[in-house]
Design a binder for this molecule. Structure first.
Ligand SMILES: Cc1ncc(COP(=O)(O)O)c(C=O)c1O
Length: 422
C-alpha cells in the first residue's frame, strides 16, 4: 500500500522485483481508498462507501468482553499456539459443520487459519505451483487472482451464465493442466448463490480430473436458503477432492482479529501446516478465543445479522428496477450486488465520476474481471451490506441522479440501445 501510494508510477523500481508480485494488480480496495483520501464531501451528501465487504460496527459487547476476559485471564492468549489452531476451536468447528452439512467432519479435518485469505493461500500452495492452472469463475475475487499471480499459477477464467453461475460445460472444456476449481458461494463479488446441484457437479468434475474443488463459503451465514447449501460433505470420500474455506470476519465482525478455517483431509492439512508455520506460526490466539465464544454463544446474534442482511437484499431486489430502469441488477445476495450500468464508458472511469458527482463509492467491475472481458467495464460491485435501509435508498437515488445528469452531459448510452434490462 505504502509504496504504490507514495512512489510515482514512472519511477524505476528500487532493486529486484519478482515476476509474480510484479504481475499481481495493486490491492483494489486500497486503490479505491485513494480516490476518497483527503476529500471533503458535502454535508447534505456525505460519502456512501459501498466498496468493501467489511462490517464497520464492532463485535457485540458480549464478544468484546470475552476477548477482554481471555486477554486478562488466559495466559495462553499471548503465546504461540498450535500451528493448526486451538484444539477446542477445531472440535467446535468440526461438530457444528458436521451438523450443518449433514456430513462427518473430524477435528483433524479442520485447520484454523489467520483469516480465510490465508487459508486460501496455504491450501493453494499445497495444490498448485508454476505451470499449473486453476479455474476461477469470472467475475472473480481479486485476492484469489492475486495469489495465483504471485505464485506463478495460471488463473484460468471460467465463464458464468446470465445468473452469474459458472458453466459446467465451459469448465469441462478447460480442464487441461487444472489442479483446482475455485467456487465462492454465496459469491463475492456477484452475490450469486450457486445451486446445490451445480456445486455437486463441479465436485464430481474435479474428482474425475484428479483436481480439487476449493469452495470458499465465507458468506455461508448469509445464504438465503434454509439448511445445507450442498451435500458435498455427505460423500464419504469428500477428503479426496474437496477443500472448504470459511472466515470469522463477517458473521462475528472479527475482521481485525484474523480468524478463518480450512476443512480438508488431515494429509493435506499436514502440508498446509508447513505453509502456516513458515508464514504466521499460529493464528491469533485472542481471535481464536473470540471465534470459539462466537460459535458457542452467539448463534442468535448471527441469525439476527442474517435477517438484517436479507432485509437489505430484499430492498434492493424490490426497488432497484423502479429506481434504475436502465440499469440491471444481475446478481444480489449475501453482502453483494452486481450491477450493469447503461453507459458507454468503462466502470473504471465511472467509479471515480460517481465519487465526484454523488459521493458514492463502489468498485468497478474491471477490478474483478480479466482484461478484455466485456462485463468488467459494464459493471459495478455494490457491497450493499455496508448500508442500512436508508443508505441503500440513498444509494439508489444517487445512482438515478447520476444517470440523469450523465445522460445530459454525455448523450446516448448503450443501455438505451440494449432496451429494457432483463
Ligand atoms: C470470498 C472471500 N474469501 C475470503 C475473504 C477474506 O476473509 P478473511 O478476512 O477471513 O481473510 C473475503 C473477504 O472479503 C471474501 O470475500
Amino acid at each position: 500500500m505504502t509504496s504504490s501510494a507514495t512512489r510515482p508510477a514512472s519511477a524505476p523500481f528500487p532493486g529486484p522485483l519478482s515476476a509474480g508480485v510484479a504481475a499481481a494488480c495493486d490491492p483494489p480496495v486500497m486503490e479505491a481508498r485513494r480516490w476518497i483520501a483527503g476529500r471533503a464531501f458535502p454535508a447534505d451528501r456525505p460519502l456512501l462507501n459501498l466498496s468493501q465487504a467489511a462490517p464497520v460496527d464492532p463485535p457485540p459487547e458480549d464478544l468484546r468482553r470475552a476477548i477482554a476476559e481471555a486477554a486478562l485471564h488466559e495466559p495462553q492468549a499471548h503465546l504461540y499456539g498450535p500451528v493448526l489452531g486451538l484444539p477446542a476451536l477445531r472440535e467446535e468447528i468440526a461438530a457444528q459443520w458436521s451438523a450443518a452439512y449433514g456430513g462427518a467432519i473430524a477435528p483433524e479435518d479442520v485447520a484454523v487459519t489467520p483469516g480465510c485469505n490465508q487459508a486460501f493461500c496455504a491450501v493453494m500452495s499445497t495444490i498448485a505451483g508454476p505451470g499449473d492452472a486453476v479455474l476461477l469463475p469470472t467475475p472473480w475475487y481479486f485476492n484469489h487472482k492475486m495469489w495465483l499471480d504471485i505464485t506463478g499459477v495460471e488463473a484460468r477464467p471460467l465463464p458464468c451464465d446470465g445468473a452469474l453461475v459458472p458453466i459446467l460445460a465451459e469448465a469441462e472444456a478447460r480442464m487441461q493442466g487444472v489442479k483446482a476449481i475455485v467456487l465462492i458461494t454465496p459469491n463475492n463479488p456477484t452475490g450469486a448463490e450457486y445451486p446445490a446441484g451445480v456445486v455437486e457437479a463441479f465436485a464430481e468434475l474435479a474428482a474425475r480430473h484428479g483436481a480439487m474443488l476449493v469452495i470458499d463459503e465465507t458468506y455461508r451465514d448469509f445464504d438465503s436458503r434454509e439448511g445445507a447449501p450442498h451435500s458435498l460433505f455427505q460423500n464419504p470420500d469428500w477428503r479426496d477432492h474437496l477443500v472448504h474455506l470459511y472466515s470469522f470476519s463477517k458473521a462475528y465482525r472479527l475482521t481485525g482479529h484474523r480468524v478463518g478455517a480450512a476443512i480438508a483431509s488431515p494429509a493435506r492439512l499436514a502440508q498446509v501446516e508447513k505453509f502456516l508455520d513458515t508464514v504466521t506460526i499460529c493464528p491469533s490466539q485472542l481471535g481464536q478465543f473470540a471465534a470459539l465464544h462466537g460459535l458457542r454463544r452467539l448463534s442468535d446474534f448471527v441469525a439476527g445479522q442474517r435477517t438484517e442482511i436479507l432485509a437489505r437484499r430484499a430492498i434492493l431486489e424490490r426497488e432497484f428496477r423502479q429506481a434504475l430502469p436502465d440499469w440491471e441488477l444481475m446478481g444480489c445476495g449475501a453482502y453483494f450486488a452486481w450491477l450493469r450500468h447503461p453507459f458507454a464508458e468503462s466502470s473504471a472511469d465511472l467509479a471515480k465520476a460517481l465519487v465526484e458527482a454523488q459521493s458514492l463509492l463502489m468498485l468497478p467491475g474491471t477490478m474483478f474481471t480479466p482484461q478484455g472481458d466485456p462485463l468488467g467495464p459494464q459493471s459495478f460491485r455494490m457491497a450493499f451490506a455496508n448500508a442500512d435501509a436508508e443508505g441503500l435508498r440513498a444509494a439508489l437515488a444517487r445512482l438515478a441522479a447520476f444517470t440523469a445528469e450523465h445522460r445530459v452531459s454525455h448523450g446516448a448510452s448503450h443501455g438505451a440501445a440494449r432496451g429494457a434490462p432483463a
